[in-house]
Design a protein around this ligand. Structure first.
Ligand code: XIL
Length: 512
């Protein structure tokens, strides 16, 4: 029998919330596999869609155990906020120091996270000795810096922001010691040096205010097109996405991402935060949630968008208040490390159930109801009646939903037919198949898996009944009396032994 575990958010401050349906609490509370109550992390939800969800971090914060706990569990990727920048790694020419960056890669290794290296060539946080070099020496110094750092982190860093912030707002090239010495060639030179040092790392150009269509993103588009034409090693474009509620959402973000993707490049959201003028209020907070959600949706809609990194996950360690006086509250978690509405919005966009927002979250956005439509437990067919109810506050896309009804096969053929006999939503939108369980349990060596080709279930809505039926191809008999999901009730009632998944994540029921 299965366990009922506290939801993962319980340890972040709120009381542990126990599972879902009333019926489930009658079941054993000991041992057993995962169940529907455990809330998937942002990274798990993203990973189910082939993306990562990450956060920036910085060395001083890692001594904060509660902070590090969430960083290590909720996120699948980290970016050092400062510790791989030039002023840290080569403060004096030729004197390299990777100690702080190594702490970050060590944390990532311990927590099974990938690392985006940030950043090799940037006009900012650049030690003054670089700008003081005669221009004839800048290229060699740049190449050496890239070579030393990218070689050091080979294998520990999966992607590099090789050049950061090459453009001005109007799309002209930003001046820097590198641009001044080499003109625009410094970018190709930097990429080639990084590729030589670490041929496996994905190499990016990264900038802000290139999230939407506009002069600056046009400039980036022209640059990367030219680099690709010239065969320069380049894998992706990083969109920092330092957004602000008072500036509006980037114009056509998804279309902009798509045009880079169409060049054959990866796209990453590398430094997402959404700041606001303080104090925060309900309207600004709602706008912020919507921006986080829209960024997430844009990334999900673009296949080459590989993932999202927030520029630290909590207001406690945000760079915003010190950089933009009077602004803040930009992150997914507040200063007490409690998830904010934006966190919930991201979860929902990623296909998770609502409920990341702390108190008041609903443990199950969908529930399964069942009735037995089969008067005989010993005949050659099993006839479950099923209906799903959206118990949440957001619509659920039915194509993300699967349902499992567990039974035992007994003797006879190991092949099955399954049927949808009738449903008000139309049997043509209902898919069904019999699957042999990977780990057969008593009463549950097979399950009927039900899915949907499309449709949306609004909050409070139900699919109405779905009349299902299955048989073995030799029409041999079943014994349903011991079937895990079997119930004798002939009118619809909540069914905790039928599991419902959204985007592959359990949202209802207890697995056998
Ligand atoms: C910021 C860090 O978060 C701060 O701690 C530091 O003082 C300044 O830099 N764009 C970037 C990041 O590419 O490197 C910046 O990080 C934020 C803006």
């Amino acid at each position: 029998m299965s366990s009922v575990k506290p939801r993962r958010h319980g340890r972040h401050g709120g009381l542990p919330v126990l599972l879902v349906g009333a019926l489930t609490l009658a079941l054993s509370l000991t041992g057993g596999p995962a169940n529907a109550a455990q809330q998937a992390t942002l990274h798990e939800l993203a990973a189910a869609q082939g993306k990562y969800f990450g956060s920036a971090t910085d060395n001083p914060e890692l001594t904060d155990a509660a902070y590090a706990d969430i960083l290590g569990s909720e996120f699948g990727q980290i970016t050092p906020g400062n510790s791989m920048k030039w002023d840290t790694t080569e403060p004096v020419q030729g004197q390299f120091n990777f100690a702080k960056g190594d702490v970050i890669t060590g944390f990532a290794a311990q927590h099974d996270q990938t690392v985006r290296g940030h950043t090799l060539v940037w006009h900012s946080q650049l030690p003054s000795w670089v700008g003081a070099l005669p221009s004839t020496q800048v290229e060699a110094a740049m190449t050496r810096h890239i070579t030393e750092e990218a070689t050091h982190y080979r294998g520990a860093v999966t992607a590099w922001d090789v050049v950061n912030e090459p453009f001005n707002e109007d799309g002209t090239y930003r001046t820097s010691p590198f641009y001044n010495a080499m003109g625009t060639d410094y970018i190709a030179t930097a990429l080639r040096a990084a590729h030589a040092a670490d041929p496996d790392a994905k190499l990016y150009l990264n900038d802000y205010n290139i999230e939407g269509l506009g002069a600056k993103s046009d400039a980036m588009y022209a640059l990367v097109s030219e680099l690709l034409d010239e065969g320069v090693p380049l894998d992706g474009v990083g969109m920092q996405a330092h957004l602000a509620v008072q500036y509006g959402f980037p114009y056509q973000m998804q279309a902009n991402m798509q045009r880079f993707a169409d060049l054959g490049l990866d796209v990453a959201v590398t430094e997402l935060d959404v700041r606001m003028q303080l104090p925060a209020d309900a309207a600004k907070t709602a706008t912020q949630s919507s921006y986080y959600q829209q960024v997430t949706e844009a990334c999900l809609a673009v296949e080459r968008c590989v993932g999202i990194t927030v520029w630290d996950y909590t207001d406690k360690y945000s760079w915003v208040p010190s950089t933009f006086p009077g602004q803040g509250a930009a992150n997914l978690y507040d200063e007490n490390l409690s998830p904010k509405p934006a966190h919930s919005a991201v979860r929902t966009a990623l296909g998770g159930q609502d409920g990341g927002g702390g108190e008041g979250g609903e443990p199950g956005a969908l529930k399964a109801q069942y009735r037995n439509s089969d008067s005989s437990v010993g005949d050659n067919q099993i006839k479950p009646g099923l209906q799903l109810v959206n118990t949440g506050t957001t619509p659920v896309s039915l194509s993300d939903v699967t349902v499992r009804y567990w039974f035992t096969a007994g003797n006879g053929a190991a092949t099955y037919n399954s049927w949808c006999d009738w449903s008000p939503i139309g049997c043509s939108t209902v898919t069904h198949r019999v699957v042999a369980a990977d780990t057969p349990e008593a009463g549950a060596d097979h399950y009927l898996e039900v899915g949907f080709t499309g449709g949306t279930l609004a909050p409070g809505a139900t699919t109405g009944e779905i009349q299902l039926r299955l048989n073995k191809t030799d029409w041999s008999l079943f014994d349903e009396s011991d079937d895990y999901s079997y119930g004798s009730g002939t009118s619809y009632a909540d069914a905790s032994r039928i599991a419902v998944y959204v985007g592959g994540e359990p949202v209802w029921g207890i697995e056998p």
